[in-house]
Design a protein around this ligand. Structure first.
Ligand SMILES: O=P(O)(O)OC[C@H]1O[C@H](O[C@H]2O[C@H](CO)[C@@H](O)[C@H](O)[C@H]2O)[C@H](O)[C@@H](O)[C@@H]1O
Length: 287
């Protein structure tokens, strides 16, 4: 149930309190005053609504236009930071030229060339990592065999148990087996996300990705990292690494409900695009 809030947005009765629009606008204006701006966005659940098939998602209406507008601004560096494979992220998001990309939570890095092609900067598993990935595949395939609807996604540095299409009790059992079995092997980094258990062979988080991108922006513009203000937005547990790493002058946005280190919150992907539109307006007004 929701009730009207004075600013014209809504506040959830008895639930998570949504940040009011007027407060959001003031915080955005303050953030937008920094010398250089890095807008780093998660993809699934932040820009693209969830689907059963991970390759059937697309950015919510209006999102592509807002991203293109932001990417065109001189003071702004746009970036996408996702748990997805870098190539899948680039294909599904179709980000504007110049966008920095982090896939596999930052273990894969790249950018979009002026002609819109993905340029890969870092990535590729070692022999030892490939051996561990094969072990993860075998364990997870045996778990999904007894949990109809669940399946295993193969990523460059990890394997993902997906349970979105499984019956709740099968999903719960498979999740538990993945966490206590392959997810607990030495040398793996395991994250329990939204209807997924991600088991990676490289321990990189979105905080690492954002720190590297902040340094890249500072280098490219010849300023110190302390002059680069970051806006990071995300919806899931993996995004909390980045949100918790933000410093004074940055802006963290949580999409949806749940505990978060973010200071602003929006309800869903559509509201996130609205907030980005507000950012675009504020930046254009101050240009
Ligand atoms: O870091 P993100 O951009 O949020 O990516 C996280 C994971 O996204 C995908 O899984 C999620 O979206 C799927 C499609 O909507 C959905 O079916 C699944 O339940 C979600 O967890 C992707 O498949 C994973 O590899 C990403 O790590």
């Amino acid at each position: 149930m929701t009730e009207a809030a004075p600013s014209g947005t809504t506040r959830k009765a008895g639930g998570v309190e949504l940040t009011l629009q007027e407060d959001q606008t003031a915080r955005i204006r303050e953030w937008a005053g920094a010398e250089r701006l890095l807008i780093a966005l998660d993809f699934d659940g932040t820009l693209a609504p969830f689907r059963d098939d991970p390759m059937a998602v697309s950015i919510v209406a209006g999102g592509a236009e807002v991203l293109a507008g932001l990417a065109a601004l001189e003071r702004v560096q746009l970036a996408l930071v996702s748990g997805r494979r870098l190539a899948d992220l680039a294909a599904l998001a179709a980000p504007p030229p110049g966008t920095l990309l982090a896939g596999s939570h930052g273990a894969e890095r790249g950018h979009v060339s002026p002609s819109g092609e993905l340029e890969v900067e870092a990535g590729g598993a070692t022999e030892a990592e490939l051996a561990l990935l094969a072990e993860l595949t075998a364990s997870l395939e045996s778990i999904v065999a007894s949990a109809p609807g669940s399946w295993v996604e193969h990523k460059t540095f990890g394997r993902v148990l997906h349970t979105r299409k499984a019956e709740p009790e099968d999903a719960e059992r498979a999740t538990e087996e993945a966490l206590t079995g392959p997810g607990s092997l030495p040398g793996v980094h395991t994250i329990h996300g939204k209807r997924v258990v991600e088991i990676a062979v490289r321990s990189v988080t979105k905080a690492d990705a954002v720190a590297a991108m902040r340094a890249q922006v500072a280098d490219a513009s010849g300023v110190g990292v302390d002059r680069v203000a970051v806006l990071f937005a995300g919806d899931d547990t993996t995004d909390e690494f980045a949100l918790a790493s933000l410093v004074a002058g940055d802006l963290g946005v949580k999409v949806g409900e749940g505990e978060s280190a973010a200071s602003l919150r929006v309800a869903d992907e559509a509201a996130m695009v609205t907030l980005l539109g507000e950012v675009l307006r504020a930046l254009r007004a101050s240009a």
